[in-house]
Design a protein around this ligand. Structure first.
Ligand code: IPD
Ligand code: CA
Ligand code: CA
Length: 262
């Protein structure tokens, strides 16, 4: 299954590179004011679903664009292009992300960033690799030395838990923040130690299914902002594990301030 996943995600990455050559012609639709979907997203997911269905007809699938197909104990979670806005703007920060669950537990994950030439993979109890080389989270323990990622893409103008508040609360305690526009990329960069943590509200299952396994197999930790298991909805925190508890304290202090104000 691991090799099959590698084959299809490599092909999918190539498909996005072809669409990238004709960006000015790309058909783009708006799912909401900030959420885009392109013909590339749809075609890549269609390709992946067709391949998986042919090889594993009994498996379930949850794809961002096509939704859910119920199956046996296996479920493939697909984000055909994570970072569509980056993709549409010609930036390299997007990837194809696929996680495989067995009986509710992530067992395989891969994310392909084709422009950057980076393929991240993980297997339950088999460690994480980037382009075949083992990766580990950073050893950084001090928040003041840590670089974190987040995203403002999820924030709607009417949303109460504005990420600006979390940003304000964390920014003075850490070294710096990065916004690369792809949840999967933020996860993979936590896994390989290039970032020390990543927080975001309103994360979808396909955004982080593969990333979660890649992080945990590289020695990191994922949860929601309260420190409980992230259950595929709501807020999400991923770290090198060493700064996790301190971040939870800070995030909760911000949340309390927001709640008291409202
Ligand atoms: C988005 C990206 C972005 C994150 C959004 C996601 P998409 O995924 O991962 O970084 O902030 O919450 O929806 O729409 O490009 O697949
Ligand atoms: Ca996504
Ligand atoms: Ca997507």
């Amino acid at each position: 299954m691991k090799q099959f996943l590698k084959n299809i995600i490599t092909e999918a990455g190539k498909m996005t590179l072809n669409y990238r050559k004709g960006l000015s012609e790309l058909v783009i639709e708006h799912k909401s004011v900030r959420e885009l979907v392109t013909e590339a997203d749809k075609a890549v997911e269609e390709f992946l679903v067709a391949q998986i269905s042919k090889r594993y007809p009994d498996h379930g699938i949850l794809g961002e664009e096509q939704g859910q197909r119920v199956g046996n104990e296996y479920r493939w979670l697909i984000d055909p292009i994570d970072g569509t806005t980056s993709f549409v703007h010609g930036q390299p920060f997007y990837g194809v992300s696929i996680g495989v669950e067995k009986s509710g537990q992530m067992v395989l994950g891969a994310v392909n960033f084709p422009v950057m030439g980076e393929l991240f993979e993980a297997e339950k109890d088999g460690g994480s690799q980037c382009n075949g080389k083992a990766i580990r989270v950073s050893a950084r323990k001090k928040l003041s030395e840590s670089v974190l990622a987040t995203s403002f893409g999820c924030v709607g103008t009417t949303e109460k838990d504005d990420n600006v508040e979390f940003f304000r609360g964390l920014n003075t305690c850490i070294k710096s923040v990065r916004f690369l526009g792809s949840a999967a990329l933020h996860c993979c960069y936590v896994a390989n130690g290039q970032m020390d943590g990543y927080w975001q509200g309103d994360v979808k299952p396909w955004d982080v299914a593969a990333g979660m396994l890649i992080i945990s197999e590289a020695g990191g930790k994922c949860s929601n902002f309260s420190g409980d298991a992230y259950d595929f909805s709501g807020d999400f925190l991923a770290t090198n594990s060493r700064i996790h508890d301190e971040l939870i304290r800070l995030l909760n202090a911000v949340r309390e301030r927001i709640n008291n104000r409202n």
